[in-house]
Design a protein around this ligand. Structure first.
Ligand code: GLU
Length: 312
């Protein structure tokens, strides 16, 4: 069997927080315990909200914690092959592959058109695109004045997979998702498409990420299959919430590693993260080597985790 390849896929839109570190640590422990590698990819498709400077800060945080990567940018490398914003030519190639299969079509709907046409909304706030532009005739298409986004047609079928922590998950793409965007009107490729192409080309065999992406995974599995890529293993880890039960945000600098580094040693932070992950009964400081000895997915809970008030 080929060795595992895990990945860190940070979006450099702010300083890394405890939730990000929790994810990086589990991805690293899982891959390394299997003798595998880690790829680091910078997810900066949204160039208005991200920056190379923040990508460098994230790398500095990872290295400070000892979470090294085997493939990816060099520690001081701003830009380059592992930054999504620099990979457009690669995405173009795979977009053309989908075009050749007749799976994508131009969509002229505005955001408001989509919202209006897609009622009722699903309980989690997502909208189901009703396929308005799927059946436009060539004449109707050439009569449009708006620059189109591009959507992929989804089949009327359920995608089912077994998540490493969350168990069996199934979604009917037609009724719960609809044809989804691959490329925006401004030419920027969309997250689902870029992440699938990248994980496949970078040889990733296990995707460890926060549970809020669980419901997006069927779309990605569909893309893996459409592009003839092998589907990796998915492990969706619990979301880390603050003491009030709110989601952590990158702008909430109170729990960024940059701040924590001033108050705690690396081992203290690793010990706290290990406690949150169920790897030890308290937050005794630990080294990465010690955590490799005790790590097991069987100990990691599937449900969201609240950081105790006294914790940091
Ligand atoms: N870039 C995303 C984030 O920072 C992660 C996406 C993924 O893991 O697929 O939240």
């Amino acid at each position: 069997m080929k060795p595992a390849v895990g990945r860190f896929a940070p979006t450099p839109s702010g300083f890394a927080h405890v939730g990000n570190l929790f994810c990086f640590l589990l991805a690293w422990l899982s891959a390394k315990q299997q003798g595998g590698d880690i790829v680091l990819r910078i997810e900066d498709l949204d160039t208005l909200r991200t920056s190379d400077a923040l990508a460098l800060e994230t790398m500095d945080d990872l290295l400070w914690l000892g979470l090294t990567w085997d493939k990816g940018p060099a520690p001081e490398e701003a830009g380059g092959a592992y930054y999504q914003s620099r990979r457009t030519d690669i995405y173009d190639t795979y977009f053309q592959a989908l075009e050749q299969k007749g799976l994508v079509y131009p969509c002229y709907c505005s955001r408001t058109d989509v919202k209006m046409a897609s009622a009722p909304h699903l309980s989690d706030g997502r909208t189901v695109y009703p396929g308005t532009c799927r059946t436009l005739s060539p004449a109707q298409r050439s009569a449009q004045t708006r620059i189109p986004a591009w959507r992929i047609q989804v089949p009327p079928q359920s995608i089912c997979f077994t998540d490493g922590l969350q168990g069996l998950y199934s979604q009917n793409l037609e009724t719960e998702c609809g044809d989804f965007p691959i490329r925006r009107a401004d030419g920027v490729y969309c997250y689902h498409f870029a992440v699938t192409v990248d994980d496949a080309l970078m040889g990733v065999t296990e995707v460890v990420r926060a549970k809020d992406l669980l419901s997006s995974t069927p779309q990605q599995i569909y893309l893996y299959e459409a592009l003839d890529f092998p589907v990796p293993k998915f492990i969706h880890i619990p979301t880390v919430l603050d003491a009030n039960g709110n989601r952590l945000a990158k702008r909430d600098s109170s729990i960024s590693l940059q701040d924590l580094r001033r108050c705690y040693t690396r081992e203290q932070i690793l010990g706290k993260l290990a406690f949150l992950a169920g790897l030890q009964p308290d937050d005794t400081p630990k080294s990465l080597e010690q955590l490799l000895d005790v790590f097991s997915w069987d100990r990691v809970p599937g449900d969201d985790i609240r950081i105790p008030e006294y914790f940091f």
